[in-house]
Design a protein around this ligand. Sequence first.
Ligand code: FRU
Length: 326
Amino acid sequence: GDHKPAYRIAFSQCVGSDAWRQTMLEEMKRELSFYPDVEFIYRDADNSSELQIRQLHELQRMRPDLIIVSPNEAEPLTPVVDDIFRSGTPVIVTDRKTASGQYHAYVGADNYKIGYMAGQYLAEQLGRRGTISEVTGLPGSSATIERQRGLHDALNAYPGIRLLLQVNGQWLIDVARSQVARQAAQLSTADAIFAYNDQMALGTYQALQEALPGNRIKIVGVDALPGENNGLHFVAENVLDASMLYPTGGKECIQTAMAILKDQPYQRENILGTLVVDSTNVQLMRLQTDKIISQQRDIDKQQQLFAEQQKIFSNQRRVLNILVVS
Ligand code: FRU
């Protein structure tokens, strides 16, 4: 229609191009389709904290009714997000956090717990003895900081486990692949590697296969996203030993946003569940996600049909108006 939207929601995404964040955006749009009177404004900072700061200032000038943000790195994004928060615009922080914790609501899984569970899982898989290396995301991202704290705390309970090497993969498959290749000699003595997402885990696997063919190094990632080139598939194919499920929370973000905008009760902390996906449960997980995906397709189809009906209806109304007027 040509009427003014009831609400304008802006979303500042730290990087838009990977499958995990595309899934998040699809979930948001699916939930938004139930609110046709909402205008959605989207900015993708392409992995750059500097660009994200500029985009948030731009969004702030547009005076949306609510801002959702996934901050690329915690410290650099804190002043602008705090400024928006203080100005009174509701702020939902998702997935990664700022350093101050100033927000109306947070949506995301518990990254400390993810690191902790990964540490416990690997330590037990190694029979409580051996060495573990890490391929981390950007050191300044809260998800890196929290996953690392969790991992290290978990491993403190295992005196037979030693941390070997930290490789900075910046969240990216290519960076992880080249950094692991560069340090393959040192990594050859690792019994296991915890990569902070599945894409870096895949890059790690590829680099190790090439540099140390036949190696038995266990690799664990994070995300466990369904789909051909994603974590669940890698676990099913034994490329990865496990992946920690990290739900995107796109739907929950929009639900929380609408509750805030409509002055309905909402939770400040919306902590999404996580679990270890390995060979023991990956088939079950795939059955579940396949089913969800097919249900989501049905919803999309319904929405499309509804939109077509709406168009026909408004055309008919226009014709009727002409008839009545003339
Ligand atoms: C996607 C991603 C995920 C990871 C998350 C952490 O951009 O790297 O793979 O779990 O961000 O914030």
